[in-house]
Design a protein around this ligand. Structure first.
Ligand SMILES: NC(=O)c1ccc[n+]([C@@H]2O[C@H](COP(=O)([O-])OP(=O)(O)OC[C@H]3O[C@@H](n4cnc5c(N)ncnc54)[C@H](O)[C@@H]3O)[C@@H](O)[C@H]2O)c1
Length: 318
């Protein structure tokens, strides 16, 4: 049994990782239940972990080094670092908070992990580090030119992870997630918003002409990639793509959702938002070679699973 700290474990991805680890490990979740989206959704995520097994929840802020040190102590084996100020658009409005949480917070996690002698830190990074597209799919050699303050903060955090490996010999790996979706996903993400509107037959606003493309990754594939890293040390110091391996346009996404929900929602096209990437598509060859990562859930099946879950959770609320 390993002792595993999960920062941001009350969030979407962190709570799924925690859920998959609680039965066989001592899990400690740290999260400040930040108000970026409803803390009651985060409480629901924590309840889902409890339903699977016992774990410890500690409410605290990763920008507080003293707090992080007090949790990441010498008996901790692994750290999954998922806490962040996520979201591109909020970072365009206020670049300081993403910098504090994503850069300073990551530095605090790394320094505490180094001092505590942790075996490995697995850092949640993002496809947003690529930004301007020079070619597709993105492999890890593609230039990194983020187009939002969020992307800059995730790239800086990645570099800190690499440097802590190269300079201080701390085992670190960064996983560049490509738009993650699935049950309990963040309510500010497109699939969540579109599904909600479609199930209520309400109008949907698309920013841009809908021809921008995304590589969507189902949450179970993300969890699997993370779990593989408990055993594999051959990617230390690296950043790797974790994507679904296919891209679809936002218009195609709507077509899939319409087919699944039978919705009559009207679609309204509006101006493109600042900071949004034009296209994303992951080359997952590096992850396949190093950690045996192969995405298994395609978009159509993933959306069906998500809509089924969302419909049930709406019924539960009403
Ligand atoms: N969801 C995606 O599509 C996606 C894509 C690429 C990268 N990521 C990255 O994956 C990670 C998890 O994302 P998510 O979608 O689960 O987001 P989320 O917002 O659901 O989870 C992040 C959690 O971190 C917590 N948190 C925020 N600030 C904190 C602080 N100062 N101290 C302690 N906890 C704090 C929040 O309360 C939240 O529960 C993040 O690092 C994000 O940047 C997500």
């Amino acid at each position: 049994m390993a002792k595993i700290v999960i920062t941001g474990g009350a969030g979407f991805i962190g709570s799924h990782i925690a859920e998959s680890l609680v039965t066989d490990n001592e899990v400690v979740v740290i999260d400040n239940l930040d108000g970026y989206y409803s803390p009651s959704l985060k409480q629901r995520n924590l309840d889902s972990i409890s339903a699977k097994g016992d774990y410890t929840f500690i409410n605290g802020d990763i920008t507080d080094l003293k707090f992080v040190r007090s949790v990441i102590s010498s008996d901790v084996d692994y750290v999954y670092h998922e806490a962040a100020q996520a979201g591109v658009r909020i970072s365009v409005e206020d670049p300081f908070k993403p910098n504090d949480v994503n850069v300073v917070g990551t530095l605090n996690v790394l320094q505490s992990s180094l001092d505590a002698g942790v075996n490995r830190v697995i850092n949640a990074s993002s496809s947003s580090v690529y930004g301007k597209v020079e070619y597709l799919p993105f492999d890890e050699k593609h230039p990194t030119q983020p187009v939002s303050p969020y992307g800059v903060s995730k790239l800086a955090a990645e570099h800190y992870c690499r440097v802590f490996n190269e300079v201080y010999d701390l085992s670190t790996v960064s996983l560049r997630y490509f738009t993650v979706y699935g049950p309990r996903m963040r309510p500010d993400l497109a699939i969540s918003i579109f599904t909600d509107r479609m199930l209520k037959n309400e109008p949907i606003t698309i920013f841009g002409n809908g021809e921008q493309t995304r590589d969507f990754t189902y949450i179970d594939d993300i969890v699997k990639a993370n779990l593989n890293l408990l055993k594999k040390s051959n990617a230390d110091g690296c950043a790797m793509n974790i994507g679904g391996g296919n891209r679809i346009t936002v218009n195609e996404l709507l077509t899939y959702l319409r087919k699944i929900t039978g919705s009559m929602s009207e679609v309204i096209y509006s101006d493109q938002q600042k900071g949004d990437a034009e296209h994303t598509l992951a080359d997952t060859g590096f992850a396949r070679e190093h950690i045996g990562y192969v995405p298994e859930i395609d978009i159509e099946n993933g959306l069906k699973k998500f809509v089924e879950w969302y419909t049930k959770s709406l019924q539960h609320l009403s």
